[in-house]
Design a protein around this ligand. Structure first.
Ligand SMILES: *[C@@H]1O[C@H](CO)[C@@H](O)[C@H](O)[C@H]1NC(C)=O
Ligand SMILES: *[C@@H]1O[C@H](CO)[C@@H](O)[C@H](O)[C@H]1NC(C)=O
Ligand SMILES: *[C@@H]1O[C@H](CO)[C@@H](O)[C@H](O)[C@H]1NC(C)=O
Ligand SMILES: *[C@@H]1O[C@H](CO)[C@@H](O)[C@H](O)[C@H]1NC(C)=O
Ligand SMILES: *[C@@H]1O[C@H](CO)[C@@H](O)[C@H](O)[C@H]1NC(C)=O
Ligand SMILES: [Zn+2]
Length: 357
């Protein structure tokens, strides 16, 4: 039923070459019309889309499926961008979010949506909305949550993770064959490559003694066998990988679980933005795909830290961090998005948040 809803939207993107910036993000939710919390969440996603449209020059519609559903206790939201393989400027094939490919006018095999977001319906008592009475110490501002999740959706995301075959928990790789799910680990499998995201292409090791591009490690990992090699099963593939690349794949787990090890180096910059690798247990949902909590939680770059602060609104944090224009999107985050391939608006308007102004 949800899928049927999207058919008219897909026609819309094919037919319209240019749309108003304000209407770039199309949010389709599963909200029951009677469910006020769900409908207010949807409204905040619409507003978050407008904030992003003020920071970037966007031409093509971005379709977002918003699902309000029970999630794990410690999760407010989780976002999955739809990814497609595309050549990066350095000629390496990487996974690009379709939200970005559209802006670059690159054709790809479409999905129903560009971004899937789930918001935890069990946490509804923790949600604060612009216009509510003062935020409580146990509440989070949904306008900030929505903006954070959409930024993941447009490409602030890594594919480095443990192998699908859960027997292997001591190393990380980019995504095998570019697929989230390669099927039954007991079945024969053809190796087509480990694929980074476009975001991963700018990862650097920032510990001493020297700065190294992580994509060089990926390059080595990918050389463990020829593309097209068939293995009896996933265990055989991973065992062969370990035989020749053990040092590299284990090194990445060390980097990803050691504070201040990884950064994102924007194009044309000498200063890497420090990513969050402070969790000694690798967690795909938080490690690498966020900026460092300790380094940025009280700065203009607070938005993409792994833990959203309770008891403080997005607007209050914007003010506390110097009232920088961008509606919560800081200058470093804008430069990350520009590096991924988006055209950035160098002069975004000041506070443009919420439906209550
Ligand atoms: C993509 O197409 C749109 C509409 O024709 C145009 O405004 C935009 O500049 C193009 N973008 C790129 C990166 O070519
Ligand atoms: C939160 O969700 C529960 C379960 O669906 C519901 O009983 C409760 O009324 C909701 N709370 C609010 C504030 O909407
Ligand atoms: C790593 O990659 C960078 C950029 O692609 C390249 O300039 C550099 O020579 C590589 N370093 C090593 C050790 O391969
Ligand atoms: C950020 O500010 C809060 C409140 O002033 C403080 O408790 C916290 O320790 C600060 N965080 C860091 C990493 O300095
Ligand atoms: C944003 O506000 C600052 C000071 O509050 C002002 O100097 C600046 O011109 C404003 N920028 C825009 C784009 O309105
Ligand atoms: Zn996040």
């Amino acid at each position: 039923m949800r899928c049927l809803n999207f058919l008219p939207l897909i026609l819309l993107i094919i037919l319209s070459s240019k749309v108003l910036s304000q209407d770039i993000f199309d949010i389709e939710s599963n909200c029951d019309p009677q469910d006020q919390v769900c409908n207010k969440i949807e409204q905040e996603f619409v507003n978050a889309g407008k904030i992003i449209s003020n920071n970037l020059i966007l031409n093509a519609k971005i379709l977002v499926e918003l699902i309000y559903e029970p999630l794990d206790d410690d999760t407010f939201g989780q976002t999955t961008p739809v990814l497609r393989i595309h050549d990066s400027p350095d000629t390496v094939q990487r996974l690009y979010p379709t939200a970005l490919l559209k802006q670059l006018n690159i054709t790809f095999e479409p999905d129903f949506v560009d971004i899937q977001v789930s918001i935890n319906s069990n946490a509804n008592n923790s949600y604060w909305f612009p216009g509510d009475p003062d935020i409580q110490s146990t509440q989070i501002d949904v306008s900030e949550l929505a903006l954070h999740e959409l930024i993941h959706g447009i490409g602030f995301t890594s594919t480095w993770d443990f192998p699908e075959d859960q027997k292997f928990i001591n190393f990380l790789t980019p995504r095998l064959n570019g697929l989230e799910d390669n099927g039954d680990p007991e079945d024969p499998i053809i190796f087509d490559g480990f694929f980074e995201t476009v975001f991963d292409g700018f990862l650097v090791y920032i510990g001493s003694p020297t700065r190294n591009f992580i994509t060089n490690i990926t390059n080595s990992i990918n050389s463990f066998t020829a593309k097209g090699t068939e293995f009896d099963n996933m265990d055989a593939l991973n065992s062969k990988l370990l035989e020749t690349q053990q040092q590299n794949v284990e090194l990445m787990l060390t980097y990803a679980t050691t504070k201040s090890s990884l950064g994102f180096l924007p194009t044309g910059s000498q200063d890497a933005i420090i990513l969050d690798t402070s969790n000694p247990e690798f967690d795909f949902a938080s490690s690498i795909s966020h900026v460092s909590q300790d380094d940025y939680e009280n700065t203009t770059e607070f938005l993409m830290t792994p833990h959203q602060k309770e008891g403080v609104t997005l607007q209050a944090q914007i003010q506390q961090t110097g009232n920088t224009p961008g509606g919560g999107i800081g200058p470093n985050l804008r430069s990350i998005l520009g590096t991924l391939g988006y055209t950035i608006n160098p002069n975004p308007p000041n506070n443009t948040n919420s439906n209550f102004q």
